[in-house]
Design a protein around this ligand. Structure first.
Ligand SMILES: NC(=O)c1ccc[n+]([C@@H]2O[C@H](COP(=O)([O-])OP(=O)(O)OC[C@H]3O[C@@H](n4cnc5c(N)ncnc54)[C@H](OP(=O)(O)O)[C@@H]3O)[C@@H](O)[C@H]2O)c1
Length: 358
């Protein structure tokens, strides 16, 4: 799998540029394209691939490594094969090199929705349901439509359950997850790697043009961080280049990254970062930290995708529940019991809490 993946998700304003940006990325040498059904542009990416072939930038689509993703709305067992077939048709390819389950939960939000959007039918991770989805993905792999399979946005608990219950041949080989200098996820990454799962980081530049629903006043910008800026000045390169080189060089170069750009010079620069190691061990240490007072690093737990649009009622509006494994269920029956207890608790509070009239 090529380390550098060209992203095809962007804020809505850039949908019109995805085709040109993808053709340009292929022209400049990117060979790994990161796509998803949820990005609603697989047809456009397919057109870009065909245009790149027509123009002679690649001999055929087979020269590319394509990552695709199963969208949450297609996680019911009966929906997996039709969703994958639609993806293959739209991209114009016979197989997907790396097919990821996009999110651990089957909860959908409408495209371009606002941050306040909530789906009343949303549910937490229910392992029994996930295994059915995974079983269907496996069937598609055995049918030759997928070369390798992986997950995206999995947590430690959800991955532990999956690894416990599938054979070695049926394990995910990749987990794609948010990782950038101010949100490093080092412990989680090391756990996945200890299980032989390669971690690919998305939002490697801190996603400066992300949708409004994923933008909060608490957020900080990776490329504006003083340490990133200082290292950029030392090396005479852009802060973006430092972020991407860090993504490539960190953790003994064990993972990959996804980055998106619409500008040709940035598309070129971001790929160049995967070809040349720029950061010295000392500069890597200043960003990653060494777990000591002298070397704190700059990780600030600055998660950009909170995922609040995926929340289910029992999470009580707290987006951290998506990530902290406090509501992960093995069976439908376990979740049903939990939900009944939660509803009874809330009904009891309604009846018994004293309300003071002002
Ligand atoms: N698995 C998942 O759940 C998941 C979630 C989110 C994203 N992803 C994938 O990861 C990809 C990357 O995420 P992202 O696009 O949100 O974030 P990103 O790659 O961190 O940031 C992309 C933004 O940075 C700007 N940029 C790119 N190169 C630059 C440079 N050299 N200097 C300055 N600015 C630069 C781009 O601007 P311009 O557009 O103006 O060129 C673009 O707006 C997505 O496209 C998608 O494929 C996956």
């Amino acid at each position: 799998m090529p380390v550098a993946a060209f992203g095809t998700f962007h804020s809505d304003w850039a949908q019109a540029h995805i085709k040109d940006a993808t053709v340009e990325a292929i022209r400049l040498g990117w060979r790994h394209i990161d796509t998803a059904r949820a990005y609603e542009n697989e047809e456009v990416v397919g057109e870009a691939i065909r245009e790149a072939v027509r123009k002679g930038y690649i001999a055929s689509a087979g020269n590319l490594f394509i990552t695709g993703k199963l969208w949450n709305g297609h996680m019911a067992a009966k929906d997996v094969a039709p969703a994958l077939d639609a993806t293959l048709k739209a991209l114009g390819v016979e197989k997907i090199d790396m097919y990821l389950n996009h999110w651990p939960w089957p909860n959908v939000h409408t495209p371009g929705c606002a941050g306040e959007h909530r789906n009343p039918d949303a549910v937490p991770y229910i392992h029994e349901q996930f295994l059915e989805t995974w079983g269907e993905i496996m069937k598609q792999k055995k049918a030759g439509k997928l070369v390798d399979i992986g997950t995206s946005n999995h947590t430690r608990a959800t991955m532990k359950l999956l690894l416990r219950d599938v054979s070695r041949a049926d394990r995910p080989v990749v987990n794609q997850m948010e990782m950038h200098p101010l949100f490093q996820q080092t412990d989680l990454r090391r756990y996945f790697e200890s299980e032989g799962i390669v971690c690919t980081g998305y939002m490697s530049l801190g996603s400066p043009n992300r949708p409004a629903r994923d933008t909060f006043k608490e957020h900080r910008a990776d490329m504006a961080d003083p340490v990133i800026q200082a290292i950029a000045r030392e090396l005479g390169v852009s802060p973006a280049r430092v972020c991407i080189n860090w993504a490539v060089q960190r953790e003994r170069k064990s993972g990959g990254f996804v980055a998106m750009a619409t500008r040709s010079d940035w598309i070129r620069d971001n790929l160049e970062a995967a070809r040349t190691d720029l950061l010295s061990p000392e500069q890597l240490l200043r960003i990653s930290g060494g777990g000591t007072r002298e070397h704190p690093g700059i990780d600030a737990n600055n998660r950009l995708i909170w995922g609040q649009v995926f929340l289910w009622p029992e999470a009580d509006g707290d987006w951290r529940v998506l990530w902290n494994d406090s509501q992960v269920f093995e069976t439908n029956e376990n979740y049903r019991k939990f939900k009944a207890a939660w509803e009874a608790y809330h009904a009891m509070r309604q009846q018994t809490t004293v309300r003071v009239q002002s």
